[in-house]
Design a protein around this ligand. Sequence first.
Ligand code: FES
Length: 134
Amino acid sequence: MACLGGGSLVALLLEGCASGSKMVNGTIVESNLQIPVSDFQTSNGHFHQYLVVRHEQLKFPICVYRFSETSYDALYMRCPHQGAELQVFGDRLQCPAHGSEFDDKGVVKTGPADTNLRTFPVSINKDQLLISLK
Ligand code: FES
């Protein structure tokens, strides 16, 4: 798909920023999408503000924000307006289709979307972050 190339380029451009994003592939175990907690660590000892997690069985990626060692939010990157894939910019997700905006909790800030993003419960088991897809 053409959008994959663009997405990778954005990821590369943001790699240089300590608090920027990173794309990772999760694994699905039972009903959880899993990623190692260590994926949030950057090479210089800081932490990514968020990760964009993909899996071939998911139609849209999930954006996982890290607020602290034990506090995360997982947001489905599908716009509730008409279903376009959202883009992440810092603590905001934006829709390229008609401009809706959401904060890092998935709360709609700018329409035309009028509902919040779908969220998933996040838990930690040893060194794995579990995103419940139930
Ligand atoms: S599909 Fe996202 S604002 Fe319309």
